[in-house]
Design a protein around this ligand. Structure first.
Ligand SMILES: Nc1ncnc2c1ncn2[C@@H]1O[C@H](COP(=O)(O)OP(=O)(O)OP(=O)(O)O)[C@@H](O)[C@H]1O
Ligand SMILES: [Mg+2]
Length: 346
C-alpha cells in the first residue's frame, strides 16, 4: 500500500477511496456504455479510471489525449496513438487482424489514414472499453469527435469513458446538452470528482505517512491541509516530497506553485494579444478571494481602460472553461490554493 506516489494509481490497494467512488465507477461500467469523469486538475480522474478498470478486470484501451493537445495535432496523430495502444495489447491486435495494416518494429500501421478506418477499428474491438483521458484536448483536430462517438455508440459494442479537467470544454466539446448535437439524449453516467473533505484529507495524509513509517504529528497534517486543501494530487505531492527528505513546507509549496505557473503560462500563451486582460482578470480574482462580475469589471477597467461587456464575458467564460476559475453563487473564485498563489506571480 503506497499513497504517496506521483503516477496515477492503478491498484486498489494504493487507491484511497472516499465515499465508495471506486465502486460507483466499477458498477457504472456494467450499466452504462458512456461514462464521463469530470474534475479539476489533480482531483484524481486518471487514478479512478485506471484503478476502476483494473478492479473490473475488463479489456480496455487507454488514450491520453494530452499528447494531442498541440495546435498542430492531426487526425493522423490520433490514429497513431490508437495504433500504439492496440500494438501494446495482444488481445486488441488479434481483434483487428482482418484489417488492412502492416507492422513496423512491433507497431501496427493502418494503410489508410481516414476516419472510416477508426470506425472499422472500433467495430472490430467489440465489447472493449476505450478511454479518452482529457478528451477536450482533441478539440484542435479537424475531426468531429462527438459525431464519431455517437456513431460508435449506436452501431458497435464498444464502451466509452472520457475524462476532462476543463468542465466547460467537456460540455462545449461533447455538447451532450445541445439538442442539435450528435450525442444529445444518449444515456450516460456522469461522475464528478470533488476535493477530499477536511476530515478525509487528514485521514488520507495520516494513512499515507503511516504506510511510510513516519510519525509526523497532527500539527504538520493540519498545516498541509491548510495549504493544499482537499486536492488529492497536492496532498500526494506533499507526502511524496516530505517522505523523500524535503522537510520544509515552504519549499514544497514553492515547487508546487512553479508547476502550476508553467501550466498557467501555457494557457496565457495561447491568448495572444488578450494575454494582459486574462492575466489581470486572474490576478484580480485571486487577490479578492471571491469577486462579482461588476467588481472584476471595475478593477480591470481601472488598470487597463474600458473593456466591453462581451469581451469580459468571453474572458471569464474561457477561464472557467479551462478550469482556472469557478463561479459559485454568482461570484468568481479560484478554488485551488496553489493556483491562487501562483497567479500572483504571473
Ligand atoms: N484515490 C487516490 N488515492 C491515492 N492517490 C491518489 C488518488 N487519486 C489521485 N491520487 C494521486 O494524486 C495525483 C493526481 O492523480 P491523477 O493523476 O489521477 O489525477 P488527475 O485528476 O487525472 O490529474 P490531472 O488533472 O493532472 O490529469 C497522483 O499523484 C495520484 O497518484
Ligand atoms: Mg489525469
Amino acid at each position: 500500500m503506497v499513497y504517496f506516489t506521483l503516477e496515477p494509481k492503478r491498484r486498489r490497494d494504493d487507491f484511497y477511496d472516499m465515499e465508495d467512488g471506486l465502486n460507483d465507477f466499477v458498477n457504472s461500467l456494467g450499466r452504462f456504455r458512456f461514462i464521463i469523469v469530470e474534475g479539476l486538475r489533480r482531483y484524481g480522474k486518471t487514478s479512478l479510471i485506471l484503478t476502476g478498470l483494473n478492479v473490473a478486470n475488463v479489456r480496455y484501451l487507454f488514450l491520453d489525449c494530452r499528447l494531442l493537445s498541440s495546435a498542430k495535432a492531426s487526425f493522423d496523430n490520433l490514429l497513431s496513438m490508437i495504433e500504439v495502444e492496440v500494438s501494446r495489447n495482444s488481445w486488441a491486435k488479434k481483434l483487428i487482424k482482418g484489417m488492412d495494416y502492416f507492422e513496423v518494429g512491433g507497431v501496427i500501421r493502418f494503410k489508410f489514414r481516414r476516419p472510416d478506418v477508426l470506425l472499422d477499428i472500433f467495430e472490430n474491438l467489440g465489447d472493449t472499453i476505450v478511454v479518452f483521458d482529457e478528451v477536450q484536448e482533441l478539440r484542435n483536430l479537424k475531426f468531429r469527435f462527438d459525431g464519431f462517438l455517437a456513431y460508435a455508440l449506436d452501431h458497435f459494442d464498444v464502451r466509452i469513458v472520457v475524462s476532462g479537467s476543463e468542465a466547460g470544454l467537456l460540455n462545449k466539446f461533447l455538447r451532450i446538452e445541445d439538442p442539435e448535437a450528435p450525442l444529445y439524449g444518449r444515456p450516460y453516467k456522469l461522475i464528478e470528482l470533488k476535493p477530499l473533505t477536511r476530515d478525509a484529507a487528514i485521514d488520507f495524509l495520516k494513512k499515507g505517512f503511516e504506510q511510510e513509517g513516519l510519525d509526523v504529528g497532527d500539527e504538520l497534517i493540519s498545516e498541509v491541509v491548510e495549504n493544499f486543501n482537499g486536492i488529492i494530487g497536492w496532498l500526494t505531492y506533499f507526502g511524496y516530497n516530505y517522505v523523500r527528505g524535503l522537510r520544509s513546507m515552504n519549499s514544497i509549496i514553492d515547487a508546487a506553485i512553479n508547476m502550476v505557473l508553467a501550466e498557467v503560462e501555457h494557457f496565457l500563451e495561447t491568448r495572444g494579444v488578450g494575454r494582459g486582460r486574462y492575466s489581470e482578470a486572474l490576478k484580480t480574482i485571486s487577490s479578492m478571494g471571491r469577486c462579482s462580475w461588476s467588481e472584476v469589471k471595475r478593477r480591470l477597467e481601472a488598470k487597463l481602460g474600458r473593456i466591453p461587456d462581451t469581451t469580459l464575458a468571453n474572458i471569464l467564460r474561457s477561464l472557467m472553461d479551462y478550469g482556472l476559475i469557478v463561479k459559485v453563487d454568482g461570484e468568481y473564485m479560484i478554488t485551488d490554493p496553489i493556483l491562487r498563489r501562483a497567479v500572483i506571480r504571473i
